[in-house]
Design a protein around this ligand. Structure first.
Ligand SMILES: Nc1nc2c(ncn2[C@@H]2O[C@H](COP(=O)(O)OP(=O)(O)OP(=O)(O)O)[C@@H](O)[C@H]2O)c(=O)[nH]1
Ligand SMILES: [Mg+2]
Length: 188
């Protein structure tokens, strides 16, 4: 577990990125409501660090969190939320692109996919885009508690097949599954 976890800034452009000394950044991508903020809270053991909401679209900027003065976690707005305005949607693309191009400190991009739903078209596009941008991607399946234990291996197999990947970390913030495995990837 991490000792110090604090919110730093909600950034929309490079000028505001807080990471001036090249610390590793771990960034969380995924469609709206997939559980990015909840996962950050589970990883840090702080329920209220990143804002969680039953309404999609809660996270609107790039939210930077200082972890032990060693790393940054970056909570990114979710994609694929239809009710958002066109303007917000195109902003999303623009500042994600700027971030991926200019950060230079991204160690791992975690791409979150809903275990029960499986990869959507947007998830597949996002995965391909991250690969294209030469980012190190680890796929995480979320909310596995929503399906029965016996169905989980099949759901993971489906995610791996659709994204053409070898590994996927299955998680649930409710049942506390997979959290330590992700922490190990980060501190490695
Ligand atoms: N059953 C279950 N529900 C979860 C889990 N993780 C998150 N949720 C719920 O899913 C909803 C969305 O969670 P968030 O963490 O806000 O999702 P997000 O990806 O940050 O959403 P945006 O900020 O809108 O992009 C909330 O109601 C959470 O309580 C989980 O492991 N299991
Ligand atoms: Mg969020």
């Amino acid at each position: 577990m991490f000792e110090k976890c604090e919110y730093v800034i909600s950034a929309v452009s490079e000028k505001q990125y807080p990471n001036k000394d090249g610390r590793p950044e771990f960034v969380f991508f995924g469609r709206s409501n997939v559980g990015k903020s909840s996962l950050i809270n589970a990883l840090t053991g702080k329920k209220l660090l990143a804002k969680v909401s039953s309404k999609p679209g809660k996270t609107v900027c790039l939210n930077f969190f200082n972890i032990d003065d060693k790393y940054y976690f970056v909570d990114v707005p979710g994609y694929g939320y239809a009710i958002r305005s066109q303007e917000q949607r195109s902003n999303f693309g623009a500042y994600i692109e700027e971030y991926l191009k200019k950060s230079g400190n991204i160690k791992i991009a975690f791409l979150l996919v809903d275990t029960k739903v499986g990869p959507t078209k947007d998830d597949i596009l996002m995965y391909e885009y991250l690969k294209f941008m030469n980012v190190n991607v680890i796929v995480i399946s979320t909310k596995c508690d929503k399906i029965g234990k016996t169905l989980r291996p099949r759901a993971i197999k489906n995610i791996k097949e659709k994204l053409n990947i070898d590994n996927c970390i299955m998680t649930s913030t409710v049942e506390k599954i997979g959290i330590n495995e992700i922490i190990n990837k980060i501190i490695q």
